[in-house]
Design a protein around this ligand. Sequence first.
Ligand SMILES: Nc1ncnc2c1ncn2[C@@H]1O[C@H](COP(=O)(O)OS(=O)(=O)O)[C@@H](OP(=O)(O)O)[C@H]1O
Length: 793
Amino acid sequence: LGRGIIVTLEAVRFKFQVQVGEIRSLPGLIDNNKGRYAVVIFEDLYMYLNLQGQNRANLDQYCRDFNVGILYLFYFYSKAKIVIAKMVGSFPLRFMSSVRLKDYEINATSPLLRITRPGSVVSTSIVPVPSPNDWTIFLPYHHTYTAVTLASRLKPPKLRKTKRRSNHLNSACGLEKLIPVLLDQGLYDGIQRVFFGNNLKFWLQKVLFLDALSYLSYGRLSLPLERYFQIDIDDIFVGVAESRLLVNDVQALLNFQTELRKNVPGFTYQLGFSGKFIYSGTNLESEGDRMLLKLADNFSWFPHMWSHMQAHWFSNASKLCEYMDINRQFALRHSLNTSSNYAVAPHHAGVYPVHQQLYHCWRKVWNITSTSSEEYPNLRPDHRRKGFIYRNIMVIPRQTCSLFTHTMVLDMYPGGKEVLLESIDGGSLFQSFLYNQVNVFMTHQSNYGNDRLGLFTFDRAMKFLYKWTNLRLVYEPPEVLGKRYFNLYPEEVEPVWSNPCLNRRHLEIWSEEKNCSSFPKFVVVGPQKTGTTALYWFLNMHPHVKSNLPSPTTFEEVQFFSGPNYFKGIDWYMSFFPTPENNTVLFEKSATYFDQKVVPKRLKTLLPSKHIVVILIDPALRAYSWYQHMRSHHDAFALKYSFYETITAHRGVDPDGLISLQRRCLDPGFYANHLENWLDFIQPQFIIIVDGDMLKTDPAAAMFQLQKSLGFTEIYQYNKILKFDERKGFFCQVQPKGKSKCLGQSKGRKYPEMEDESWKYLTKYYEEANLKLFKLLERLKKPIPEWLKKKSK
Ligand SMILES: Nc1ncnc2c1ncn2[C@@H]1O[C@H](COP(=O)(O)OS(=O)(=O)O)[C@@H](OP(=O)(O)O)[C@H]1O
């Protein structure tokens, strides 16, 4: 049951928290005097009834104080199929299990109904749920309860011969209608509740579930009733002879559009064209093509590629643009209306995983502003498809409507025509409309010839939708629809890049030029001023380890996951990594990653199961090093104010520039807090801690440990190439003739020691944070840096 609930909540994008198993303690219900939850759902009524100690009283009180309702699913499975009737705790309510139902209907007077419209009786002899015997029905004894749905019993149940139960049943049998979904309006104990006597598999339960969430949350969890949609007909001229549109089919398409506009003003089909294939069917089909061109103004047209080629086959952008332009010339010749600035890539190739050249040419040749794809972040599960914006082109998720290029004839529908009908009558197509406020449906040319399944499907789907729901279908042109989508879901504007090498479909539509082995195997994430450059340099001395190539702006750091570079995409990121030779381990280092909240999620999504390396030095010394770094970069505040003045400055009193300097000195030093953020995404075994003091004073030992932690089989001996340089005051690389090569002036700067008052202040300031770090590393069974051990004594 839990899975059904989660899938539905994910599909409608309501935020939720799940607690699994026996509930020993409740999660924190209140945050800053505000209730954290709008509705509480129990996947099993007994979980609520069996809450231990004060838990139930506390939950009930929370529900009363914050106007929060409770929703229960109740799926009482009895193997013996023997009816059990019981009281529901101390409520004036009984339930009866293992009931077989027929003639399921909505109670038209229920105050719960919002999306649900009391269509008619679901009159199949057995209500179409996977286990029709397992319905639970409710028998209320108080006016707080009203029926949301009603049904009749299919056949009398087997009775157990205990006197008490048969008494219960006798009274239940006296009822004319049974109640499988029940609303408690809160008149009994001040809490509103909805009881579902089965799971969410039956489509009507799904609609009611959304209404229950809206009702119980006092409207806080409500989807609007408008459903915006677009229907694309891909490949309008593509298709083998004998399967394409004839003149009558084109006329039928236009007629259907005209009919649809009565309910959905302005509705216009989007026709996707690859000009090369026009007139490539039979003579009669060519007449169909001519008819399409004649009626072209009635439709909106969008480009595929000229000959349906896939964008990722082109690494050369100008070739790709040239090729696109042929299709544009075709559109100009035939005066096709392409003003929607919308395009679809054949097989979604190049849209995701992003192929920069495609986006470039789309903008340049067609001025495309929106597209759609079913590949982001993955094709499955389809309810988790999302959108993103890349190079100002809106990519919005696309839904299938159970029609594909080869589904042309109803009787030959794969698995039988019932499969298609079920998807329309409450199945996946219906649920797309139900859950998604914006739908872009994909159909194909062949669905509009032959049996015209495209027309049949949407005609039936809309009738079903209008019969059972109060949803209103609305049409908007693609660009407007795209903007609406990202207004509804602004959190999706920024993409999160996943690794194409981990998804077979993505790998197939990824440019052959890219190479899965070019991703780094580990990343040094910082924090800044802990010796990250020295570590980067040392690692590059290893014969089998190679870093990213330098960046013209940020030198040895790529700074991909932490800043605006992320939006340049993974092609850009990968351009920093050469294809490695055998045995070579690639790595990246960007010291800015450690304390940026967004980085762990992004890094984990692109580089799952890769190690991250964190260097830790005393946070007071790190703060002082940063301050000195800013002085040498002529930061006006660092030059004007002493270190002590900087770290003790007060927000609201001192200048903003000083406060900002203070934050950059102090914030990264809360190591444990930042590590906790990493641990939300990266498993502890993938986090390697390097003692920054050891890296400075005994780098060969630090490098030995690091190589072990990274699982290197061949350990490189750094004592052969690193030597302490008296002049520099740090370890440097041994060069021929007794010389040594050190890091430049900006690493290992000469500056006075920290004054006592700052030292004392920071020791106190970081005392708790250091203790937290100590405990965290201990819990994670990580080596504890010597400096931290000393501090924690
Ligand atoms: N071998 C060697 N050579 C030079 N410097 C070394 C070395 N090992 C560690 N360190 C320490 O590295 C500090 C600079 O840290 P980062 O490279 O992480 O700084 S940055 O964030 O990239 O700016 C730098 O900080 P400052 O001493 O404040 O300059 C050094 O203390």
